[in-house]
Write a protein that binds this ligand. Sequence first.
Ligand code: ADP
Ligand code: MG
Length: 293
Amino acid sequence: ATPISIMVASGRGAQAGVLFRDAAAIEALHRVDTLVLDKTGTLTEGRPALRGVMPLGELPKERVLALAAALEQASEHPLARAIVTGAREAGVAVPAASGFRAQAGGGVRAQVEGRALALGNARWLESLGVALDGAAASRAEHLRAGGATVMFLAVDGLPAGVLAVADRIKADTPAALATLRREGLRIAMLTGDNATTAQAVARELGIDEVHADVSPTDKAAVVERLKREGRRVAMAGDGINDAPALAAADVGIAMGGGTDVAMESAQVTLVRGELSAIARARALSQATVRNIR
Ligand code: ADP
Ligand code: MG
């Protein structure tokens, strides 16, 4: 690789909103045949909004929302912002929390007013010993089928409510996927979110390969498996939860505006967080590699 062509590619990339870490990143992107995409914050805006709150126990709806917001105040997750904003808009008073702990791909825990609270997905809450009954499960499944992400609130180990949050697909996502498909890339979704929610979003985008319900460490394992199957994998993501998968991919692509950890784990950063920049980055890498050879 001539330093000149690499420099030219880097400069043009920066203009197109693409930062390459090094020359190897430019070359590797050119060889990729599969693009794995995180859902929340990558295919979607990552600014989900609260859509509904339903009590599952004695506590009224406003109380469920207030406790959920108390838990999420300390979290940086997009779902957390949706809940805190939703509580503010509903005008409920949010109590203070202590002993906050977050489980990536699971949820959050803390003490609020002397009670042990947990908020997160069904799988994680069940791993904490919270029993969710059939009525709770069917209510959640109905919300997911509409594309919402569902979280359960538990108070002292008992289910207290369901919160539904939904996110919009980024404006440039459908066109960017069409371009990338036309170039022969295989597109897959990789998400920590529930399979029903993931399928609803994937269907809207015409994505037929979906890996859902995947924990942050398992995201990397999925990428490793695709590589073992002989695929050359680029992975794009925005979150702390994506960092191991970005590092495992042949090319890790971080969405600018996402978390620093994602950008540190990736070889390519899309400055404006637009998927359409991936097509521009590939075109650049192809032109550069052609010049080199
Ligand atoms: P994605 O892969 O779509 O970006 P994540 O791996 O970040 O999603 O999260 C997966 C799931 O874990 C979420 O859909 C949610 O159910 C749960 N979760 C993660 N963080 C939180 C949080 N701060 N509050 C509630 N639930 C959370
Ligand atoms: Mg994400």
